[in-house]
Design a protein. Structure first.
Length: 268
């Protein structure tokens, strides 16, 4: 994400000429995979245990009347639940007055992967984006990207919503409604928001992984700065930019489809 993109990176390696794993026979391969599977299953069970502990956390009350701005004007945090019992809110970072190309590539990355919400709704969970910027310019970004999830501006209420947490960092926060009262039950930030992602999870299954310098990979494996921002969108293997160059990757296909990324704001 943005902080990772600022790090000094190693020279890019051509993936066509990257090193490859050792070639073995099928029995040897399966034996190595079976040994790894034991660790994978332990990891899965530990994840289940952590989730069980998360379900047993206490909760803290939040003012249900905290104001936000939505499609039809002012609403309250309680309204954002849309009548459901639970709410998952993603706090989208926002640079006020900056163009679309300079908005957060990390937030764009995870938000792009939030599509079908019916499974959440079937468990009485509402998902919504609470943008940290003004409604009018940020909702134009949502429309440019083609996202359809509920979108609100939390700009005027961030201090009340993100008590003692850094404003200007993405947060994923879970809430519970009990009648007209609202409680916060969990929150995470940084790599915790990877719960929204499938691209990195799938890359983790491949031989070259995420191809980022912090990963523990064998010598000669391709490494790039970040998958979240590039200088171009058409090539199959586009160059990756160091912030602030380039654009969040998912923007390129929208531009090629002829969508306008005009946010109706002026560069500060």
């Amino acid at each position: 994400m943005r902080d990772e993109a600022k790090k000094v990176r190693e020279p890019e390696r051509d993936i066509e000429h990257a090193e490859v794993p050792v070639v073995v026979d099928r029995a040897t391969f399966q034996g190595e995979l079976d040994a790894l599977r034991i660790r994978e299953k332990a990891h899965t069970r530990e994840g289940d245990a952590i989730a069980a502990a998360r379900r047993r956390l206490p909760m803290v009350e939040v003012d249900s009347t905290i104001g936000l701005i939505g499609q039809h004007g002012p609403v309250t945090l309680l309204d954002v639940f849309e009548g459901r019992r639970q709410l998952i809110a993603y706090y989208f970072m926002w640079d006020i007055g900056r163009p679309a190309a300079e908005q957060c590539e990390g937030c764009t990355w995870v938000t792009t992967q939030v599509g079908e919400l019916s499974y959440l709704h079937s468990r009485d969970v509402t998902y919504a984006t609470l943008c940290q910027g003004p409604y009018e310019e940020s909702v134009r970004y949502r429309d440019f990207m083609g996202w359809e999830m509920p979108w609100y501006s939390a700009h005027a209420s961030l201090d009340a919503l993100l008590v003692e947490r850094r404003i200007g960092l993405f947060h994923l926060v879970c809430y519970l409604r009990d009648g007209n009262r609202v409680f916060e039950t969990y929150w995470t930030s940084g790599r915790g928001v990877e719960a929204m992602d499938y691209s990195y999870a799938l890359m983790d299954l491949t031989v070259y992984g995420r191809q980022e310098p912090w990963e523990d990979s064998p010598p000669g494996w391709p490494q790039r700065c970040s998958i979240t921002r590039t200088d171009g969108g058409s090539p199959a293997w586009p160059p990756v930019s160091v912030w602030p160059g380039g654009r969040p990757i998912a923007q390129w296909s929208r531009l090629e489809a002829g969508r306008s990324d005009d946010l109706g704001n002026a560069v500060a």
